[in-house]
Ligand binder design. Structure first.
Ligand SMILES: Nc1ncnc2c1ncn2[C@@H]1O[C@H](COP(=O)(O)OP(=O)(O)OP(=O)(O)O)[C@@H](O)[C@H]1O
Length: 929
C-alpha cells in the first residue's frame, strides 16, 4: 500500500514539477515520452505484468501523432499554437495515461490474466479521487486546445477560400463587363442595320411618290435589297435562336450537375453528421464513464460548427469553381450569358444566406459557450475552494500529501490563467466570425447589385429584341404596301401609255393628211429656195467686191486724214502759243500786281445807309464818306456787294492759271475782321471761294492738257499766329516751324519739317483742305477769333512737262487769308491781345514795307521782317504775279478801318512789279522767260 502511494506521489511530482514556461523541447519531450513508455512497458513486461488496456494506449498514441501532423500542416501561428497544445498534451499524456491505467485498474479491481494481481486497496483515498478528477480535466483541456487549433486551421482555410472567391469574382466581373460591351456592339450593329433598312424604305417611298415617272427599276432594286436584308436578318435571328436553345441545354446540363453536386454534398454532410453523432455518443459514454464536465459538450459543439463551416465553404468553393468554369466557356450570345449569370448569382445568394445563417448560429453558440465557460470557471473556482478546504483537512496527513496539496495550490493559478487565455481565444474567434459575417454581407450586396444590373440589361435586350421584331413586322407590312402601290402604279402607267399611244396615232394620221395637202406648197418652196440660193451666191460676190472697194477708199481717206491731222496739230500748237502770249499780254496790261476790292453785302436785318458809294458805269472807282468828306479811290476793279463768287473767280482765274505755265502767283485777301476775307478765299461748302474754284480750274486744265503735258502737284498749308508757323497738314500740327534758306545753295527759302504732300487728284486736294481746316480749328476754342488773328497760307506747287517739247515749267500759287487788319493795339488792348495785335500789325506792316520797297523799286526788299513776307518772298517780288483782294465792310461803324484798308490798297496799286517771268527749264537748263 505504501509502495503504491509512493509510486503515485512520484508520478504526480514528475508531472507537476514541470512549469509551463520551462517546458522541454519537442524532441526531448517525445524522447522522454518514448523512454517512459518503453521503460514502463519494459517494466510491465519484465515484471510479467501486461498493461491492463492496450487499446487505450494506442488511442493516446494516435492523438499524439495527429496533433503532431496538425501542427505541421497549419499556418505558422497556428502551427505554433497547435504545437504548443500538442507539447502540453504530450507532456502530460505519458505519466497521466500510466496513472489513469493504474487508477482504472485499481477502481475496477480487475486482475490481468497471466499476471500477478497487483496489490489492491478497496478503499480509494480522497487525494486519489481529486487527482483523478484533475487529470481528467487536464486531458479534456488538452483536447479542447487541439480542437481550437483545428478551428484556427479552418479559419485560415476560410480566409484562403475568401481570397480565392474574391479573385474569381473579379474575373467574373471582368468577363461580365466584356460581355456587356459585346452586347452593346451587337445592339449598335443591329441599329445600323435598322437605319439602313429605313433608308431603303425611304428610297422606296420616294419612288412610290412618283409612280408615273421612270423609277420602277429603282423600286425593284430597293424591294429586292430590303427582302434580301430581311432574309439575312431572319437567318441571323434563327441562328441566334438555335444558339440560345443550345446554350439553354448547356445551362440545364450544368443545373443537373449542380444538383448532383449539391446532393453529393448533402450526402457527405449527412455522413459527417452521422460520424459526429457517433463521436458524440462515444464522448457521452466517455463522459459517463469519466465524469466529464460540460466543456466537452462545448468543444463538440465547436467542432460541429467548424465542420458545418467547412462544409459550407466546400459548397461555396464548388459553386465558385463551377462559376469559373462556366465563365471560361466561350459565349457569343448575351441572353445565355445573362441566364447563366442570373443562376450563378442565385446560387451564390442562397449559399451566402446559408452561410450567414450558420454564422449567426455560430455566433449565438459562441456567446452561449462563453457564458457557460464563465459558469464553468466559477464552478472550478468553487471546486478549488473545496479542494483547498479538503487540503486543509489533510494537513495532518503525511508530508508527501502536504507537498501535493501545496503543489496543487501553486498550480491552480496557472490552470486559471490557461482558462482565461482560452476564454480570450474564444473571444478572438467570435470577433473573427463577426468580421467574416460582415465580409459575407458585403459580398452579398455586390452580388445583389450585379444581379440588378444583369436584370436591367436583360430587360433592355428583351426590349431591343421586341423593337427589332416590331420593326421587321412594320417593314414587311410596308413592303407589302409598296408592292401593292407599285402594281397599282404600273397598271395606271400602262393605262396612261395606251391612251397616249392612241392620241399619238390620231395626231400622226392628222399630220399625214396635212402633209398630203402641203405637198404642192413644198414643191413651190423648193423652187423658191433654189432661186434664193442663187441670189445669195451672187450677193456674196457683189459684197466681196464692195468691201474691197471700200477698203481702198478708207486707205485713201486715212492718208488724207493723217496729213490734215498733222496740219491741225501744228495749227493747234500755234494757237496755244498765241493764246499764252495774249494771256500774258492781257495780265501784263492789267498789271502784274493787281488790286481788287470787294464790298461785303449788308445783312438784311441790319440794312442801313452805307458810307461807300460805287459807280455802276465805272467798276474801278468807289467813294467813301469819311468825316464829312468824300474820299475817292481808284483800284483795278471793284466788286459790288452783289458780285458772286464766280464773278470774282473769273476775274482772278487767268492769274491762277498762269502758274501752270511756270509763273509764281500770290493772291491775298486783306481787310478788317468780318469784311469777308475768308468768304472770298475759302467760301462756303455751297458756294466755294477762290481756293476751291482755282484748284478745280487747275485740275480741269490739267485734264484738258492730258497727253500733251504731264503735271506734278504738291500742296502745303500753314498758319502764322503770333509770328509762329504751324503745319496744318502735319500729324503734329502744334510743332513750331521756321523759315530758312535752302542748304542746297540755290538761295531759295524752305521750311524744314513742313509737309508738302503730292496731290494725286482734286478729290485728294479736297481731303487735304478739310484736314487743314480741322487742324486749324484744334488750335483754338473760338475759331472766329483765332482766324481773325492768324494768317492762313495755302501753297500749291505745279511742275509741268510738255510732252512734245520736253519743256518743264514750275509755278507756285500762294493763296493767303490774312489776319484782320483792324488797329486793335490802338484801342488800348493789353496782355495777350496786345501781343497779338502787335504781331499782326508787324506782319501787315512788313507786307506794306515790302510793297513800298517794290513800289520804290528799291534794291533791297525787306521780306525777312516778318514770317509772312518771308514765306511770300518768291511770290511777291519782281517777275511774279500778285493779286490783292481788299475786303471792305459797308457799315458806317467800320468806316475808319475801310479807309485804312483802301489807302493801303491804293499804295499797292502803284507798285510796279514789271513783266512777270516764267520759270522754265529745257534741255539747256533753267531760265526765266
Ligand atoms: N460777299 C459776301 N456775300 C455774302 N456773305 C458774306 C460776304 N462776305 C462776307 N460774308 C459773310 O460775312 C461774315 C464774315 O465774313 P468772313 O468770316 O469771311 O470775314 P473775315 O474777314 O474773314 O473775318 P475774320 O478776319 O474774322 O476771319 C460771314 O458770315 C460771311 O458769310
Amino acid at each position: 500500500m505504501y509502495a503504491f502511494y509512493s509510486l503515485l506521489v512520484y508520478i504526480i511530482y514528475t508531472f507537476f514539477k514541470r512549469k509551463p514556461g520551462v517546458e522541454p523541447r519537442e524532441g526531448a519531450v517525445r524522447e522522454t515520452h518514448k523512454q517512459n513508455q518503453a521503460s514502463s512497458r519494459k517494466e510491465m513486461i519484465e515484471g510479467s505484468a501486461k498493461f491492463p488496456d492496450e487499446d487505450l494506449w494506442l488511442e493516446f498514441e494516435e492523438i499524439d501523432c495527429s496533433s503532431d501532423s496538425d501542427g505541421v500542416s497549419g499556418s505558422e501561428d497556428e502551427a505554433g499554437s497547435s504545437a504548443q497544445g500538442s507539447h502540453f498534451s504530450e507532456d502530460i499524456s505519458s505519466p497521466l495515461t500510466e496513472f489513469l491505467a493504474l487508477k482504472q485498474d485499481t477502481a475496477a479491481g480487475v486482475s490481468v490474466p497471466g499476471h500477478a494481481a497487483p496489490p489492491t486497496d478497496k478503499v480509494m483515498s480522497p487525494l486519489l479521487t481529486v487527482t483523478s478528477h484533475l487529470i481528467t480535466f487536464l486531458e479534456h483541456y488538452s483536447q479542447m486546445q487541439r480542437l481550437q487549433g483545428k478551428a484556427q486551421e479552418y479559419r485560415a482555410q476560410l480566409r484562403r477560400e475568401e481570397r480565392r472567391r474574391r479573385k474569381q469574382l473579379r474575373v467574373l466581373h471582368g468577363a461580365y463587363r466584356q460581355r456587356v460591351r459585346d452586347k452593346m456592339s451587337l445592339i449598335e450593329s443591329l441599329e445600323t442595320v435598322i437605319s439602313e433598312q429605313q433608308g431603303v424604305l425611304e428610297k422606296l417611298q420616294r419612288g412610290a411618290m412618283f409612280p408615273l415617272y421612270p423609277s420602277p427599276q429603282l423600286s425593284h432594286v430597293g424591294v429586292h435589297k430590303l427582302v434580301e436584308s430581311i432574309g439575312v436578318l431572319q437567318a441571323e435571328r434563327a441562328q441566334l435562336k438555335e444558339e440560345i436553345s443550345g446554350l439553354r441545354q448547356n445551362v440545364e446540363v450544368k443545373e443537373q450537375e449542380k444538383h448532383h453536386l449539391t446532393s453529393d454534398l448533402h450526402k457527405q454532410v449527412e455522413e459527417l453528421k452521422e460520424i459526429i453523432r457517433e463521436r458524440e455518443l462515444e464522448l457521452s459514454e466517455l463522459r459517463l464513464e469519466m465524469g466529464v464536465t460540460d466543456s466537452e459538450k462545448r468543444l463538440q459543439n465547436l467542432s460541429l460548427e467548424n465542420q458545418s463551416l467547412k462544409e459550407s465553404l466546400v459548397v461555396t468553393q464548388g459553386l465558385l469553381d463551377k462559376l469559373a468554369t462556366m465563365s471560361t466557356q466561350p459565349s457569343t450570345l448575351i441572353v445565355k450569358e445573362n441566364e447563366d449569370l442570373r443562376s450563378k448569382v442565385h446560387h451564390l445568394e442562397t449559399s451566402l444566406q446559408e452561410k450567414m445563417e450558420q454564422l449567426v448560429h455560430t455566433k449565438g453558440q459562441v456567446d452561449t459557450l462563453q457564458w457557460r465557460k464563465e459558469d464553468e470557471i466559477r464552478h472550478l473556482d468553487e471546486k478549488i475552494h473545496r479542494l483547498q478546504f479538503s487540503l486543509e483537512n489533510e494537513k495532518r496527513k503525511p508530508p508527501e500529501v502536504q507537498y501535493i496539496t501545496k503543489t496543487l495550490e501553486v498550480e491552480s493559478p496557472a490552470i486559471l490563467k490557461s482558462l482565461t487565455e482560452a476564454e480570450a481565444r474564444n473571444r478572438l474567434l467570435v470577433d473573427q466570425v463577426s468580421v467574416q459575417g460582415e465580409k459575407c454581407q458585403k459580398l452579398e450586396e455586390q452580388l445583389r447589385r450585379s444581379e440588378d444590373l444583369t436584370t436591367s440589361l436583360s430587360a433592355k435586350i428583351l426590349a431591343y429584341e421586341t423593337e427589332i421584331g416590331n420593326l421587321k413586322e412594320g417593314l414587311l407590312q410596308e413592303i407589302y404596301q409598296l408592292e401593292a402601290q407599285k402594281e397599282e402604279a404600273i397598271r395606271e402607267a400602262s393605262q396612261c401609255s395606251e391612251q397616249h399611244l392612241e392620241n399619238v396615232r390620231d395626231q400622226l394620221s392628222g399630220v399625214q393628211t396635212r402633209l398630203a395637202l402641203l405637198q404642192p406648197f413644198l414643191k413651190r418652196m423648193k423652187t423658191d429656195y433654189n432661186s434664193l440660193r442663187s441670189q445669195v451666191r451672187d450677193f456674196s460676190q457683189f459684197y466681196e467686191l464692195s468691201i474691197h472697194e471700200a477698203r481702198k477708199q478708207i486707205c485713201r481717206a486715212a492718208t488724207n486724214v493723217s496729213e490734215t491731222n498733222r496740219d491741225l496739230l501744228q495749227r493747234y500748237q500755234r494757237e496755244v502759243q498765241l493764246r499764252k502770249r495774249y494771256h500774258n499780254q492781257l495780265v501784263e496790261l492789267k498789271g502784274n500786281i493787281r488790286v481788287l476790292c470787294r464790298l461785303r453785302p449788308q445783312e438784311e436785318s441790319r440794312e442801313q445807309d452805307s458810307p461807300i458809294t460805287t459807280d455802276v458805269n465805272d467798276d474801278t472807282r468807289l467813294a467813301v464818306l469819311y468825316k464829312g468828306k468824300e474820299k475817292a479811290f481808284e483800284l483795278d476793279k471793284v466788286f459790288f456787294p452783289q458780285a458772286s463768287q464766280d464773278e470774282v473767280f473769273l476775274e482772278i482765274e487767268p492769274v491762277i492759271m498762269s502758274c501752270m505755265n511756270g509763273y509764281n502767283v500770290c493772291i491775298f485777301a486783306y481787310g478788317q475782321t468780318g469784311s469777308g476775307k475768308t468768304y472770298t478765299m475759302e467760301g462756303t461748302a455751297e458756294d466755294p471761294g477762290i481756293n476751291y474754284r482755282g484748284l478745280q480750274a487747275l485740275y480741269r486744265e490739267m485734264e484738258a492738257r492730258k497727253g500733251l503735258w504731264e503735271y506734278t502737284v504738291r500742296m502745303s498749308m500753314v498758319e502764322i499766329y503770333n509770328e509762329v508757323i504751324r503745319d496744318l497738314l502735319s500729324k503734329e500740327p502744334l510743332e513750331k516751324l521756321d523759315v530758312k534758306l535752302n542748304p542746297d545753295g540755290s538761295g531759295q527759302l524752305h521750311v524744314p519739317g513742313l509737309t508738302s504732300t503730292e496731290v494725286t487728284s482734286f478729290r485728294h486736294i479736297k481731303k487735304l483742305l478739310c484736314l487743314g481746316r480741322k487742324n486749324r480749328a484744334t488750335f483754338c476754342t473760338n475759331m472766329n477769333e483765332r482766324s481773325s488773328r492768324s494768317h492762313a497760307l495755302l501753297t500749291i506747287t505745279i511742275s509741268g512737262r510738255d510732252l512734245t517739247t520736253e519743256t518743264v515749267t514750275t509755278g507756285k500759287l500762294n493763296l493767303v487769308d490774312l489776319a484782320g487788319s483792324e488797329r486793335v493795339w490802338k484801342s488800348g488792348a493789353e496782355g495777350e491781345r496786345l501781343k497779338e495785335a502787335q504781331n499782326i500789325n508787324k506782319s501787315l506792316l512788313a507786307l506794306g514795307e515790302v510793297i513800298q520797297a517794290l513800289r520804290a523799286k528799291q534794291g533791297h526788299v525787306p521780306f525777312r521782317n516778318s514770317k509772312l513776307t518771308y514765306l511770300l518772298q518768291d511770290s511777291l517780288g519782281k517777275g511774279n504775279k500778285t493779286v490783292m483782294m481788299v475786303q471792305v465792310s459797308p457799315l458806317e461803324g467800320n468806316i475808319g478801318e475801310t479807309v485804312c484798308s483802301l489807302n493801303f490798297a491804293q499804295r499797292v496799286c502803284k507798285v510796279e512789279l514789271g513783266p512777270a517771268s516764267r520759270k522754265v527749264e529745257n534741255g539747256a537748263g533753267k531760265a526765266d522767260l
